[in-house]
Design a protein around this ligand. Structure first.
Ligand code: NA7
Length: 545
């Protein structure tokens, strides 16, 4: 039996199919559905994929795994799940993470309200009824009072804008749409285009079995050792006992990781001390080498150059061929100004006789041919081409759906100059719609940010339920102020001067997009304080009816 609030709220929505519709069954969607269940609301998840997992459902390419420590990545809200789930590695592989998603789903009995193979193509706000109308690829329609978007920040994958992509007759895969059946590389001539976090993970795995691997690199990346290791049952018990401490550290840190940056100024530490600090750091696991580093490598070009030189020397030590080593060292952007990929033997892969690096900057790809790839200087034949060419990130998940708000305003028009949001949760003119991991939110260690955003959204919907609110929208001023705040937080960060998915640049898109401030770059505790303040004041910053 539901409470009076539940039943009268559902009564207000009785002409609608649901109280709440959620798009996406990744981590955000799963947790959102759980919270809606707890509120007793009629909720449905509509998911394009054939099962749960989101990112971890689609990105099943060889070598896909966490770059965050497994035990800082998992959900923290359920003690039962924390007690029962064991990680087998410090940085879990994609199959294990997908099993985790399935486990959570079963534990929370979520599947009963999930509909798979349902790609939403349009979401229209209905002015007459203050409701949302969603349409899927098959033309089916769904209505609800509230809409929660859980569509991920890296979802809308992009193929390279190279002529002939569709002419190729061999096997071809984008890493974000990897088949669920195994792909064999034995005795095959394999090409991979792209050397971001995905390309690096895939390369170091595929090289283990490929007959020959050719890596096409346009821009090298500053990559550091992951230093993964198995977790024994005893170690897992120990980790489990430390969960409160792990989550406390994440909650207090700048970007929701377990690591805390060193507040010393790089330039004021003696060269010897710096070298020792960095040598030690290089041996550490995961992102500690980035996030536990001197904080001002992210803001001070001179400090950044020093650490970039340190990493460049490590690459020179690890790659035997001098041309290959130099080609793998980034020259046009500093360390950490793009998302740092973590690797396990990536650089050593180039020491194998069956691996070759092609520098696309000096030897551009002219086209994809029927049999392979033609560059200015050479014609290559391949059995398999792998596209690790990334995503139309952050806003791309939103432009993939025809979102229309009040009076039919299109979201893509509203964001033509870059995203404009309130708290990264609301858009002006899009009432009753909240975004979990929308632009202008703190991304960092994603599940930590997801948990907070879902908790905020759920409490907001609970408030609406309890106060019989059927219309809630951000104000124009709220959006102006928040967007200005997000932009101010980004000032001085070297990363914003660099083209990457973090700044919304994707050269494969037909339309030219200038750099944007895609994410909240102030400290995560600061973000949460501001968002909590809005909640504590009973959402009076919003227009509610
Ligand atoms: P990224 O980081 O966007 O990397 C894409 C890579 O593909 C990058 O090296 C691109 O080079 C390269 N690329 C893209 N288009 C082309 C064309 N047309 N020709 C040659 N090379 C191309 O995506 P990932 O999937 O690796 O990682 C995304 C995030 O997922 C990652 O940061 C983690 O958070 C998880 P470019 O740099 O544009 O020159």
């Amino acid at each position: 039996m539901g409470s009076i609030e539940e039943s009268s709220f559902s009564e207000l929505n009785k002409d609608l199919d649901y109280d709440v519709l959620i798009i996406g069954a990744g981590l955000s969607g799963m947790y959102s559905l759980h919270r809606m269940h707890q509120l007793g609301l009629r909720t449905k998840i509509l998911e394009a994929g054939g099962d749960v997992g989101g990112t971890w459902y689609w990105n099943r390419y060889p070598g896909a795994r966490f770059d965050s420590e497994s035990y800082s990545y998992n959900f923290s809200f359920s003690q039962e799940i924390l007690d029962e789930w064991n990680w087998s590695e410090h940085f879990a592989s994609q199959p294990e993470t997908l099993r985790y998603c399935e486990f959570v789903c079963k534990k929370l009995d979520l599947r009963r309200d999930m509909q798979f193979d349902t790609r939403i193509t349009a979401a229209y706000f209905q002015d007459e009824t203050n409701a949302w109308l969603l349409k899927d690829e098959q033309g089916r329609q769904y209505t609800s009072r509230f809409l929660v978007t859980c569509i991920g920040i890296l979802n809308n994958y992009t193929m390279p804008n190279i002529p002939g992509v569709h002419d190729y007759k061999g096997e071809a895969y984008h890493t974000a749409r990897w088949p669920s059946v195994p792909v064999s590389f034995e005795n095959k001539r394999v090409a991979i285009i792209g050397t971001g976090a995905t390309g690096i993970q895939a390369t170091q795995e595929i090289v283990k079995t490929a007959g020959h691997l050719t890596v096409f690199q346009r821009t090298p990346n500053w990559s550091l050792p992951l230093r993964n290791a198995p977790i024994s049952p005893e170690e897992m018990d120990e980790i489990r006992s430390q969960y409160p401490e792990i989550f406390r550290k994440c909650a207090e840190s700048y970007s929701c990781f377990m690591h805390v940056s060193d507040t010393r100024n790089t330039l004021e530490v003696s060269p010897e001390e710096r070298q020792t600090f960095w040598d030690d750091l290089y041996e550490k696991r995961g992102f500690e080498k980035w996030l536990g580093n001197f904080g001002n490598i992210n803001t001070n070009k001179e400090a950044n150059d020093l650490f970039s030189d340190f990493v460049a020397n490590k690459i020179r030590q690890r790659v035997k061929d001098p041309w290959t080593a130099e080609t793998l060292i980034p020259k046009c952007h500093g360390f950490g100004t793009k998302r740092v990929p973590l690797e396990s033997g990536y650089f050593e892969a180039y020491n194998q006789p069956n691996v070759r690096l092609i520098d696309v900057k000096s030897n551009p790809i002219e086209c994809i041919s029927k049999k392979g790839i033609r560059t200015r200087d050479e014609d290559f034949e391949f059995d398999i081409i792998i596209y690790a060419t990334g995503f139309d990130a952050v806003t791309g998940s939103f432009t993939a759906i025809d979102f229309q708000g009040v009076g039919g305003i299109k979201l893509k028009d509203r964001w033509v100059e870059g995203p404009r949001t309130f708290l990264g949760l609301f858009v002006e003119g899009f009432p009753n719609m909240t975004m979990v991991m929308g632009p202008h939110q703190m991304f960092g260690n994603i599940p930590r940010s997801v948990e907070y955003a879902v908790s905020w959204v759920s409490r907001f919907i609970e408030y609406c339920r309890d106060h019989h609110i059927t219309f809630a929208e951000t104000t124009h001023q709220g959006v102006l102020d928040w967007t200005e705040h997000v932009h101010n937080c980004a000032v001085g960060l070297l990363a914003n001067d660099v083209d990457s998915w973090m700044t919304g640049v994707n050269k494969n898109l037909a339309h030219k997009q200038k750099r944007i401030i895609a994410r909240y770059q102030g400290p995560a505790p600061g973000y949460r304080k501001l968002a909590e303040d809005v909640a504590t004041r009973n959402y009076e910053d919003l227009i509610m009816k």
